[in-house]
Design a protein around this ligand. Structure first.
Ligand SMILES: [Zn+2]
Length: 376
């Protein structure tokens, strides 16, 4: 099995990934949504038999609240939950400077900026597990040479596709503000008040779609790349198991993903084949370019958002997937909302040869088992 479970994570991401054989299931957890999402994660962990609450990897893609919020209580309570992690991946403040590594035990150099709660909690869970793949260094795509890869127990292979040093450099001067917003500074409440609403593109907000949307017209709107620095610092992965591949993009920049995919493909040419792609940044229009969609051969496109705060997914992003994805596509939404229900139109589905699936209830999320054979 190779199962991707987009938990209902409010307007964020919480991806529960399982792979392996029936007798031996391995798990990864990628992001934990906002703090409000944590009880769902806790429930899922407690539903596992004791002694099986091990995750090969906990990945916190970047510092934004909708990815990190639930990771704080999880790490705080991991011992009492009986949960353990083989590796914990997160680029902390020390990783933003070239050559920065997790300080060794006894080396108490966590300065005021580095002492955010998540960093402290990871150290408390075992500093040797922190970015262990790169011996405590930063997880990033080097300018030259192969992309960093990790083979996990049970045969899962992960390849790092984002960020590059450029995105980490850009985050350094705004790290403190980003951490305060995400509630990573002890004693400072998280800014879960929609204060990032300024990200929304005002001029394109007034879409009152009467009848079906027009993917041609939407996809043709000018593409304006996301420049939000925390998003750019996202750790994005290609996950491969049993001949199946999934792109797990966090909130990464389309341009960074494209460049890494081109390096992976080498001289092969053509579209890079993956079985699933989680749309970056909850299907924001600035993170899914036509160029990125055209670079992929992908059947399953996943979107994680309830539409709150940032009205994700943007219609332009979905339209680009439909227009440029090559047909025979499945859209998987982990909530039904006023921002995605227009894609349930049967007329549109017939015309653009796609299917859209929605969860049965607000707490169902979406599950996709890539090891199941599906007709193309
Ligand atoms: Zn996000």
């Amino acid at each position: 099995m190779f199962r991707i479970d987009l938990l209902p994570a409010e307007y964020g991401d919480a991806i529960w990934l399982e792979y392996g054989q029936r007798q031996r299931i391995n798990r990864l957890l990628i992001d934990c949504g906002t703090a409000a999402v944590y009880p769902r994660i806790r429930e899922r962990i407690l539903a596992l038999p004791e002694g099986q609450r091990h995750f090969e990897l906990l990945l916190v893609t970047h510092v934004d609240l909708d990815h990190i919020g639930g990771a704080l209580p999880l790490l705080r309570e991991s011992a009492s939950l009986g949960a353990s992690f083989g590796e914990i991946w997160f680029n902390g403040y020390m990783h933003l400077s070239p050559g920065g590594v997790v300080p060794a035990a006894g080396d108490d150099t966590l300065g005021p900026l580095q002492g955010e709660e998540l960093s402290d909690l990871i150290v408390a869970n075992g500093r040797q597990r922190w970015n262990a793949l790169v011996r405590g260094g930063a997880l990033l795509v080097p300018d030259t040479g192969p992309l960093p890869q990790l083979s996990l127990p049970g045969g899962m292979r992960l390849t790092v596709l984002s960020p590059r040093q450029e995105q980490l450099d850009a985050l350094r001067p705004v790290w403190d503000a980003a951490c305060r917003k995400a509630g990573l500074v002890p004693g400072v409440a998280a800014a879960d008040d929609g204060s990032r609403l300024e990200e929304a593109d005002a001029e394109q907000e007034g879409d009152d779609l009467l009848g079906d949307p027009d993917p041609e017209q939407l996809a043709a709107r000018p593409y304006k790349a996301d420049r939000a620095r925390p998003n750019g610092s996202s750790i994005a992965l290609l996950a491969e198991y049993g001949g199946r591949r999934a792109l797990l993009t966090g909130d990464a920049f389309a341009e960074v993903l494209l460049a890494s995919l081109a390096r992976l493909a080498g001289n092969a040419g053509g579209r890079f084949a993956v079985d699933a792609c989680k749309l970056s940044h909850h299907g924001s229009r600035g993170n899914t370019s036509s160029e990125l969609v055209r670079a992929l051969q992908c059947r399953n496109w996943l979107v994680s958002s309830n539409g709150k705060q940032f009205r994700h997914p943007d219609a332009e992003a979905i339209a680009r997937v439909l227009r440029d994805g090559g047909g025979d596509i499945r859209l998987h939404f982990n909530y039904r909302s006023e921002f995605n229900e227009m894609w349930s139109s049967t007329a549109l589905q017939r015309r653009y040869r796609y299917a859209a699936s929605y969860p049965d209830g607000a707490a169902a999320g979406v599950q996709l088992d890539l090891s199941r054979r599906t007709r193309r």
